[in-house]
Structures are given as C-alpha cells and as structure tokens.
Design a protein. Structure first.
Length: 214
C-alpha cells in the first residue's frame, strides 16, 4: 500500500508522515518512509540542484524533467522494491506535487503532466493521499521559521521565496485535485494541533484498510 502526504510548504506533512511511519512500525507492520525530491542516490543530487538558491532560475521545463527523473529513479530503486516486499510505503510528496506545482503553479497542461507522471511513476499510484490544507500565509510563516531554525535559508530556500500568489495557486490546485479524486484524497485542516491531525490520519487509514479488505 502506498500512502502519500501533500500540501503547501509548512503544512506539517513531514511531521505527520514520520508519526504515521513510527505508529505503523510500533504496530508490527513493515513500513518505509520516503520523500520527494530525494530518496535515491541520484535523487539526492537532483534535490540539491532543484532546491538550492544557487541554481538560480531553472526553466520550468527543465525543472519538470528533473522532478520526473527524480521520481523515475525513486520508484524503480526504492518504492517499487519496498512494495514488492509488502511494506506500507509513505511518501512525503509524490505525483500530485507535480500536477499542482508544475501544473497549477507553472502552467503546464494537466493531461500532459498526467501522462508524464504515469511514465515516471511506472503507474505506481497512491491508495490514499492526505492533503494537509493550510492558508498560504500561514504555511509561508511556518516554512520561514523552520528554515531559520534549521539554518537552511540559503541551501533550500528557493521555493519559499516564491510569491504569495504562487502559493495561493498551489493551495487552490490541491483543493481542486482533492475534489476530483474524492476516493483517494482525505483533506485535513492543518491549522489544528498536530495530535488532532494525527488522530484523523490514523482514523482515515484504518477506514481505508477496512474498505480495501472488505
Ligand atoms: P521540500 O523542502 O521537500 O519542501 P516541503 O517540506 O514543503 O515538502 O521541497 C520540495 C519542493 O519541491 C516543494 O516546494 C515542492 C516542489 N516540488 C515540485 O515543484 N514538484 C514536484 O513534483 C515535487 C515532488 C516537489
């Protein structure tokens, strides 16, 4: 089973993904926590290129293909083998990030991106996707605090320095996707306390497991 977490910067995806991973493991199930971009040897290099401010302006088309190269490598080297071993795989960002950031954000047509996503992911689709929804101003505030705390303002600050308008488009894009695929997406209010969000994550996962086993 593949579970993904999506949302704008600072929405708390990584925290929830880690909490879910730990909880599943404590319950005796085999699980793998991963993220995009990154998570394969080539992917780590691509991540550094994609997120470093030093890269300057990467053209939207080049950026798209770098994310897709990262995904192809990630699925072939990491996600595919883990699913083969019956692990519950959790990914912090996946195919929907491309639809939203490169589609709603950069303006590429969704059918074109869906086709590329299908190839890059080898048709490995999430069973369940948690969208942690947050107003863009709140997300940017959180992401900025986190970067300052972790001293990654220079290394990985490229996206956070994008305009508020861009982040609004991203949020709206996610909500639109979630509406289109109601069976896969669970949208949660990320302004709630972390523990409350996590209770909802667990509840929805259990429901999904019950449904898929029925
Ligand atoms: P990251 O530091 O992982 O941010 P976050 O903690 O918010 O997940 O940065 C990932 C960035 O890459 C994020 O701004 C979204 C962007 N991205 C895309 O534009 N397209 C993609 O396909 C993926 C996977 C990520």
């Amino acid at each position: 089973m593949l579970i993904t977490f999506e949302g704008i910067e600072g929405c708390g995806k990584s925290t929830q993904a880690r909490m879910l991973h730990d909880w599943i493991r404590e319950n005796g199930q085999n699980t793998l926590l991963s993220r995009e971009p990154g998570s394969s040897p080539l992917g780590e290099k691509l991540r550094a290129i994609l997120l470093s401010q030093e890269s300057g302006d990467i053209s939207p088309l080049s950026e798209l293909f770098l994310y897709l190269a990262d995904r192809a490598e990630h699925v072939q080297q990491v996600v595919g083998p883990a699913l083969q071993e019956n692990k519950i795989v959790i990914i912090d960002r996946y195919v929907d990030s491309t639809l939203v950031y490169q589609g709603y954000g950069r303006g590429f047509e969704l059918p074109f991106l869906q086709q590329l996503n299908a190839r890059a992911s080898s048709h490995v689709w999430p069973t369940l996707t948690f969208l942690l929804d947050l107003p863009p101003e709140e997300g940017l505030k959180r992401a900025k605090n986190r970067n300052v705390e972790n001293a990654i303002e220079i290394e990985e600050g490229r996206f956070e320095s994008e305009s508020w308008k861009f982040h609004s488009k991203i949020r709206d894009g996610y909500l639109e996707l979630a509406k289109q695929e109601e069976n896969r997406f669970v949208t949660l209010d990320a302004q709630q306390p972390v523990e409350l969000v996590f209770e909802s994550v667990k509840k929805h996962l259990m429901e999904k497991i019950t449904l898929t086993q029925a």
